[in-house]
Design a protein. Structure first.
Lengths: 282, 213
């Protein structure tokens, strides 16, 4: 028997996993197309997001921020000692700025969508696992069209419940858009196949997405040095996947507003087909 | 004396001194500072017992004075990063409400911009690595974020080793002579070679048999 030869050593260059640096864009060119071309114009041309509700599961949203506008409902989630869950109307707004930033990004893309804030984080972007789970469960039960989740947990004890909630959202036609961790660590729910997971690219076009051939991060959206609304009525220049995620949530709102019957997997397909790195769009 | 104490005692004998891990941390901040051409770089340890962030290693501005200095764990950018477990890049701290100006002033150095990254090991957040005032000439890139993440991986392992060494040492100090003797034997065995080492191991095996009854 001839000796088994080692595979040739010209290993492919490392593919982007957690972020898409500008010089890696060429390396993820995707040759396949689609019989009829799905363009940005087809996907969301003239859409405003009207008729679609986007939920922001985060630190709250500042009321009256000029770059956010109307927030249709705001609730704060808490879990009592006996494990009962409270979803109370939230008069405190945003304690840290993060949720306001996400809301502003979604509003900038989908000016007529309805926004709902579900607060699960406190000051300093901190929160407990049980509150996060309760907030996500509450949001999924409300049947919102899109849930923006620019947060994740590294705690393995919450994984199975998160997984169950992500699947439930998927089958209930709620698109859960989840932010990848900014570092190569395992966290959830963005690693689940039933969500749309988002990392950052370096381009300045808020409508531009890249489709990652090497999941678990599925899409890259604008996440580098962008000016976003922050607490106190002002703005802040920020970077990170937390801010790429609401770009995709906003695009989902635009797509669903124009094509209301689409299921989460179809919206994900549309996002892939309009990705800049797919051959027909290059 | 529990089984865990004994393990720690043996570890104290063979793990090596706290000083070598501190040197490793220092080398990490020096390398990070050089690669990013920054004014300073530092590593904070999260002391869970006192809920404080402790400067464990500093390169550049403040390296003579800051090591050992403690800040409340919720302080400023480092506090935000250690609790959120997410990195943060800020080009102009003056515009960012999360920046703790008072705390920065107490260190004697107020940066203009900084990058901070959490030191994560499995499910734990051990501390923060910061790189302060990289040159403003160029736009921040995602590749820099990835590079910072690599340094953070190294620093997290080094911090973990440092903490283990400290735990082992404190067990030794609290455990008195009965623990210390086990540690000394373990340490001694590490340094022996040849027939003496073999003889030592034979004697320990015989001792084990006697102790087992």
């Amino acid at each position: 028997m001839p000796p088994v030869s080692e595979p040739e050593s010209d290993e492919p260059e490392e593919l982007p996993a957690w972020s898409l640096p500008a010089d890696a864009v060429e390396r993820i060119a995707a040759p396949e197309g689609w019989p009829d071309r799905v363009t940005r114009e087809w996907a969301w041309g003239s859409s405003t997001g009207a008729g679609v509700t986007v939920c922001i599961l985060d630190s709250g949203v500042e009321t009256g921020h000029p770059l956010v506008g109307r927030v249709d409902r705001a609730v704060a989630i808490s879990v009592a000692e006996d494990e009962s869950v409270l979803a109370e109307e939230d008069g405190e707004g945003d304690l840290c700025g993060h949720g306001t930033a996400c809301a502003g990004i979604i509003r900038s893309l989908a000016p007529e969508c309805a926004l709902v804030s579900v607060r699960v984080l406190g000051a300093g972007y901190t929160g407990s696992g049980p509150v996060l789970l309760a907030g996500l469960r509450w949001a999924v039960e409300q049947g919102y069209d899109v849930i923006n989740m620019s947060l994740s947990t590294t705690k393995s004890q919450f994984v199975s419940t998160l997984h169950e909630l992500a699947d439930r959202a998927y089958f209930d036609r709620t698109i859960l858009v989840a932010s990848a961790h900014n570092m190569p660590v395992k966290s959830y729910p963005w690693r689940f196949a039933s969500v749309v997971s988002v990392g950052s690219h370096e381009s300045a076009d808020p409508y531009e997405v890249f489709s990652n051939p090497e999941p678990p991060v599925e899409l890259f959206a604008r996440g580098l040095e962008l000016e976003v609304p922050w607490i106190g009525g002002g703005t802040l220049r920020v970077t990170g996947n937390s801010f790429a995620t609401p770009h995709v949530a906003g695009l989902c709102a635009l797509i669903l507003s124009k094509h209301p019957g689409l299921q989460p997997f179809e919206v994900k397909s549309v996002l892939r087909l309009v990705s800049t790195n797919v051959e027909v769009n290059r | 004396m529990t089984d865990q104490d004994l393990r720690a005692a043996v570890a104290a004998g063979v793990l090596g001194a706290e000083e070598s891990y501190r040197a490793l941390l220092r080398s990490i901040v020096e390398t990070a500072r050089a690669i990013f051409a920054a004014k300073a770089s530092s590593i904070f340890l999260l002391d869970e017992a006192t809920d404080e962030l402790v400067f464990e290693a500093v390169a550049g501005e403040g390296e003579e004075t800051l090591v050992g200095m403690r800040l409340p764990s919720g302080t400023g950018i480092a506090g935000w990063v250690v609790s959120s477990r997410q990195p943060l890049v800020i080009e102009d701290v003056g515009r960012d409400p999360r920046f703790g100006r008072e705390a920065a002033e107490s260190t004697g150095f107020v940066p203009k911009g900084l990058m901070a990254v959490p030191l994560l090991l499995e499910e734990r957040s051990l501390g923060v690595l910061e790189v302060l005032d990289r040159p403003q000439r160029s736009r921040f890139t995602l590749a820099e974020m990835d590079l910072l993440g690599l340094f953070a991986g190294q620093a997290a392992i080094a911090l973990d080793l440092l903490q283990r060494a400290r735990t082992a040492r404190s067990v030794m100090e609290d455990g008195g002579e009965e623990v210390a003797v086990v540690a000394r034997i373990a340490e001694r065995l590490q340094t022996l070679e040849g027939p003496r080492r073999d003889a030592g191991l034979r004697l320990l095996a015989a001792l084990e048999e006697v102790l087992r009854g």
